[in-house]
Design a protein around this ligand. Structure first.
Ligand SMILES: [Mn+2]
Length: 449
């Protein structure tokens, strides 16, 4: 039995059993996330200083002033060799010695006069290179550069979650998620939340408002990544919660949980910027493909990211779909992840989003009746008031990203559903902690609405 601090700094602790190395590992990740929370969100990366190669004396020498090497007074021995072969190719070798180290410069001149040079440095055991550098600096009166304070502590911290560790988390999450059905059946009480979009610090605020997992049961309606500055932290956090409390948190797929969209709207770039590689993005995309599509609370409340589809009449049709793949351009899966309700239309219309449909009140009534439901709950659209009720209480939009894109000025909400399926919206604002660190957006990318 160990103490396990459940990620969030300042929140109550729970007892859990340590039963596997994975638990041990998760504990460290949690500790890490706590620290990161204290440091604040990572800043954009500054240009990386080119590292001096440590494994190869030759490369190091090439970075030094060659001229000085060749003319330094402390070179005690000198060697010069010149030869020409039958084809007229010239080979010139210079050697100089400093202590027990040799510098060698070979010049090849072919019969047409074309010249090439090869430099090498001999007899330097790896461990001596460091001391040689010092020696070199002393000889030339070069003061070593003082080590700079880490400019970006949180980013350094983030790097402690290594690529291969993220892979372990993703694999574990996939293991759990792929066992879930397309339509997850859930019990009340439960708290339903909408889009997060990489606003990690506001997500922490959300848990302050709604209570912690696993005390509060959560259903998230997707769009965890893109647009905000902390998609990696957000999706990692969700995966860890899912791994720790698989029955207490349900994660549905949003239209942003897919390769194509994340390449355009920020998550892909964030992975490249923070990890210098796209592996993290690849691992996460595999997780996205396993996320379930919709949920049903007590058989009465249908929950999905976008909305309805003209090709989906009965809910059990969802069960037959093969979901573990990219989101396609059309079909039921694409529709329910992309569609939006529209006040003044009948049935279904083409959506200006280019995927999914606009659906009217009559479509909702029909769907609700056919499936003996109370209502449909969805996210996907920014609502300045945090939530919106439409079509005579048959359709709810929940939006959980306050001050969306750090500039929309909206409040966010979560929807608490109690045992009697009564709904209560809790509204919250962007965390003030984050406000201090909100990046200044100079050139607004296209995807900021
Ligand atoms: Mn969406």
């Amino acid at each position: 039995m160990f103490y396990l601090n459940p990620f969030v700094y300042n929140q109550p602790r729970y007892y859990v059993h340590y039963c596997s190395p994975m638990d041990h590992y998760l504990y460290n990740i949690q500790k890490h996330l706590n620290e990161m929370n204290e440091y604040g969100q990572p800043k954009p990366k500054v240009a990386k200083k080119k590292e001096e190669p440590k494994d190869n004396g030759n490369e190091y020498i090439q970075n030094q002033k060659r001229y000085e090497i060749l003319h330094h007074k402390d070179y005690v021995e000198e060697h010069h060799e010149e030869s020409t072969d039958f084809d007229g190719n010239k080979h010139i070798v210079f050697r100089r010695q400093l202590g027990n180290r040799w510098y060698e410069r070979e010049i090849f001149i072919n019969s047409e006069g074309k010249e090439s040079t090869k430099e090498s440095w001999h007899n330097i055991p790896d461990q001596e290179i460091e001391s040689f550098k010092e020696e070199w600096n002393v000889l030339h009166g070069i003061k070593p550069e003082p080590k700079k304070e880490l400019e970006n502590k949180s980013e350094e911290k983030l790097k402690q979650i290594k690529e291969n560790e993220i892979k372990i988390i993703c694999d574990k999450a996939i293991e759990i998620l792929q066992e879930e059905p397309n339509l997850v059946h859930l019990e009340a009480p439960i708290t339903v939340c909408g889009d997060i979009h990489g606003q990690f610090y506001d997500l922490l605020e959300l848990f302050q408002i709604g209570g912690n997992t696993p005390i509060t049961n959560y259903l998230f309606l997707g769009d965890y990544v893109d647009r905000g500055y902390n998609s990696i932290e957000t999706i990692l956090y969700f995966m860890l919660l899912k791994i720790l409390y698989p029955d207490r948190i349900t994660l549905l797929r949003g239209n942003h949980e897919c390769q194509q969209i994340t390449m355009q709207y920020g998550f892909y770039e964030e992975c490249r910027r923070k990890y210098n590689s796209i592996n993290v993005w690849k691992y996460c995309c595999r997780v996205f493909n396993t996320l379930p599509l919709a949920a049903l609370i007590e058989n009465r409340i249908f929950c999905v990211h976008g909305g309805l589809s003209p090709s989906l009449e009965k809910l059990d049709e969802l069960m037959k779909l093969h979901r573990v793949k990219e989101i396609e351009h059309e079909g039921v899966i694409s529709d329910i992840l992309w569609s939006d309700p529209e006040e003044d239309i009948e049935g279904y219309r083409i959506s200006p989003r280019g995927a999914g449909f606009l659906f009217g009140g009559d479509a909702v009534s029909k769907f609700v009746e056919t499936n003996k439901l109370d209502c449909v709950v969805r996210a996907h659209q920014l609502v300045l008031e945090g939530y919106k009720i439409m079509f005579d209480n048959k359709l709810f939009t929940v939006w959980s990203a306050p001050n969306y894109c750090y500039r929309c000025g909206n409040v966010a909400s979560i929807m608490e559903v109690d045992e009697d399926l009564e709904k209560d919206f809790k509204v919250f604002e962007a965390t003030t902690n984050e406000e201090k660190q909100t990046p200044v957006i100079k050139d607004l990318p296209e995807y900021f609405l």
